[in-house]
Design a protein around this ligand. Structure first.
Ligand code: ADP
Length: 190
């Protein structure tokens, strides 16, 4: 299996780039943000709980997200690898992911950080707000909460993967195709 963690702040282009990677390397896209939005749309118990955090731009508690991720992995045992997008977002989640993958006899091959300057992030998120319909894209305060959560809780995961020699930084500025090329080059060398 080839398991990749696509990493970066909100607006870094993880969803867009995940599409390139899954096609190129025949992987399965697993976005916890998308899974949570589906839960909200279906009005499940999990969805109702998650919504309280997401709409304000805060992270959903680890216990809820980890449980959801484990269920998702159990449902797709036959896949050849994953692009994890938006997960892990805390060191706790990163440890849980390593644990569940190792039980399945596999591991993360690499963590790819898409690095984008803050001004550019806010510009992209405000542009996306016009078409995404996502409540958490509406308003600078919510967006700033999301970036703050990333800086406080998510960014430290970098060190967790660096300690395993799995950390790769990719410049996330430029055209979508240019960034995809850089990612593909890095993944091909893993
Ligand atoms: P973005 O990366 O643009 O913020 P996502 O779709 O990945 O978008 O996430 C949207 C929201 O969903 C996050 O702000 C957070 O509230 C919630 N979320 C998604 N994944 C996780 C996760 N792994 N842990 C906690 N909360 C999450």
């Amino acid at each position: 299996m080839l398991n990749l963690v696509l990493f970066g702040p909100p607006g870094a282009g993880k969803g867009t780039q995940a599409d390139f990677l899954i096609k190129k390397f025949h992987l399965t896209h697993l976005s916890t943000g998308e899974l949570l939005r589906n839960q909200i749309a279906e009005r499940t118990e999990l969805g109702k709980k998650a919504e309280l955090y997401m709409d304000k731009g805060f992270l959903v508690p680890d216990s809820l997200v980890i449980e959801m991720l484990k269920n998702e992995l159990l449902e797709h045992k036959e896949v050849t690898g994953y692009v994890f997008d938006g997960f892990p977002r805390t060191v706790e989640q990163a440890k849980a992911l390593d644990e569940v993958l190792s039980k399945n006899g596999t591991e993360i091959a690499g963590m790819l950080l898409l690095s984008v300057e803050k001004d550019e992030l806010i510009k992209r998120l405000l542009a996306r707000a016009k078409t995404s319909g996502r409540p958490d894209d509406q308003g600078t305060e919510i967006i700033e909460n999301r970036i703050h959560e990333y800086d406080e809780k998510t960014r430290p995961i970098k060190d967790y993967y660096a300690a395993q020699n799995k950390f790769h930084r990719i410049r996330g500025m430029g055209s979508v195709e240019e960034i995809a090329e850089r990612l593909i080059e890095t993944v091909s060398a893993l």
